[in-house]
Design a protein around this ligand. Structure first.
Ligand SMILES: Nc1ncnc2c1ncn2[C@@H]1O[C@H](COP(=O)(O)OP(=O)(O)OP(=O)(O)O)[C@@H](O)[C@H]1O
Ligand SMILES: [Mg+2]
Length: 450
């Protein structure tokens, strides 16, 4: 009937709970009722006994009337006198030592009742229960009166309890099945949806989304899977674009190399052709190195975080570009404010600043300004030049891989900067200066912990 095992498990566990609670309630109910019946029988016996003992005691006082000296005779007289009062009940009159003097129960005749086997109720009354037989013993002036009764209707009561329990059990069982089926469906339906989605993701079909509105952990899971699908799609797209870009970037120098090589073969180019080929291969090697570096940054976690000095790092990068700047008559100004203490990968940070400087040296006309300050435990580095600056629509794009503007090279430099900075928990941005020129800004927390 049930297809899925989650549903079976739910219903089974419901039934288990149901059975346990019914067993508990049933036993409790049984004992509580039994106790109630027992107590009411005892109460009735004691009430009857009180009346009888009062009458018997009275006749003890009037024993002279009976002119019998012996205790036995007194009791007999008294008892005979009020015999009718306790008729219909099993009774026995005991002497002070528990010996049976009178009784209407054959089996008790001549016996001795041991009151130690009785439970005390009240100050001087006793009672005992054997099976469904209840006996109470009440004191007389001398001796005791014992009355016995039966717990009637216990079997009936048990049957009745069982009947009620069974009926409610059946009804609750039906409810449990309905609720269990409903519940299991509400759990399995979203799980099935997610399974279908997962298998589609496996087939690289990322244009899927599931809609789960259970408002619980399943919905959370569904949202996460949707998120995952979106991320995978972005990643897939980025990878495709990356491959396209790489092939495109490699194709241009390759075609140029091929052209010149064929030209040399046909005798069209000589030495100058070889020069171009060498230049192109060098450019290709640089490009491949850059691509490898960038993909390593993103995939391999080979960042070595340590305490280092960002002032020192900036000084070193500027030093590297001083020669190239001088050649183009460009002045590099440095403004390093605040302490240089930072947690980061020295070599990678140096690479990031160097990439910014490499662009600046290329695009500046006369001057580059490198500044650094510390604000709210964040190090802010800006590299500004006085070149043409960036087009407004370029501002967001320059950090993309392979994006290059006019006179661009490979378009990887800034994406390396972005990756390095983001691995340090920071962010990059670009804007234009009021006068002229581009400003590239890096913001990194001083104490970033991975
Ligand atoms: N200081 C700058 N002034 C104006 N444009 C800039 C500046 N820096 C970068 N750009 C623009 O951003 C583009 C991307 O820069 P990026 O450094 O990523 O690549 P690239 O310099 O072209 O090549 P490489 O990978 O060799 O650095 C450049 O092609 C250029 O158009
Ligand atoms: Mg560059």
């Amino acid at each position: 009937m049930m297809k899925n095992s989650i549903g079976k498990k739910i219903i089974l566990s419901y039934f288990l709970i149901l059975i346990i609670s019914f067993a508990l309630v049933g036993t409790m109910f049984y004992f509580i009722t039994l106790n109630y019946i027992e107590r009411s029988v005892v109460k009735q016996l004691v009430m009857q006994g009180r009346e009888a003992t009062a009458l018997i005691n009275k006749s003890f006082e009037n024993r002279k009337i009976f002119k019998e000296r012996s205790f036995l005779g007194m009791v007999r007289g008294a008892f005979l006198w009020r015999k009718m009062q306790i008729s219909g009940q099993d009774y026995a009159i005991l002497d002070p030592w528990g010996r049976v003097l009178f009784t209407n129960v054959k089996s008790l005749e001549g016996k001795r009742i041991d009151l130690d086997n009785f439970k005390r109720i009240g100050r001087r009354d006793y009672y005992s229960r054997k099976g469904d037989k209840i006996s109470v013993v009440l004191p007389l002036d001398r001796g005791y009166l014992m009355l016995s009764g039966r717990l009637t209707g216990i079997k009936m009561m048990t049957l009745e309890i069982l009947r009620i329990l069974l009926l409610t059990f059946l009804i609750s069982g039906l409810i449990v099945i309905v609720i269990g089926m409903f519940l299991s469906r509400s759990i399995t339906a979203p799980i099935k949806k997610m399974a279908i989605m997962a298998s589609r993701l496996k087939e690289r079909d990322f244009d899927v989304a599931i809609d789960i509105n259970t408002g619980d952990e399943l919905q959370e899971l569904g949202d996460t899977i949707n998120d995952l699908a979106r991320k995978l799609k972005d990643y897939d797209l980025a990878q495709k674009r990356f491959l396209q870009n790489v092939s495109h970037e490699l194709k241009t120098p390759l075609m140029s190399i091929q052209g010149y090589a064929e030209g040399i073969k046909d005798g069209v180019f000589k030495e100058d052709g070889i020069e171009v080929i060498l230049n192109e291969t060098a450019r290709m090697r640089e490009l491949v190195n850059d691509i490898i570096y960038l993909s390593r940054l993103e995939t391999v976690n080979d960042f070595n975080f340590a305490e280092t000095d960002i002032n020192e790092i900036i000084r070193k990068s500027v030093e590297k570009f001083e020669g190239a700047a001088k050649l183009r008559n460009i002045e590099i100004e440095m403004k390093l404010d605040g302490p240089g203490q930072i947690r980061g990968d020295e070599e990678k940070l140096l690479q990031a600043v160097a990439n910014l400087l490499s662009n600046a040296v290329k695009y500046a006309r006369t001057k580059i300004c490198v500044s650094k300050e510390v604000k709210d435990s964040r190090v802010i580095i800006e590299v500004a030049d006085d070149g043409e600056g960036l087009d407004t629509e370029e501002l967001d794009k320059v950090f993309e891989r392979f994006y290059k503007g006019k006179d661009g090279d490979t378009g990887i430099g800034l994406s390396i900067v972005k990756t390095i900075v983001e691995k340090h928990g920071g962010k990059v941005s670009a804007y234009n200066r009021k006068n002229k020129g581009a400003v590239f800004r890096i913001e990194i927390p001083q104490n970033f912990h991975t």
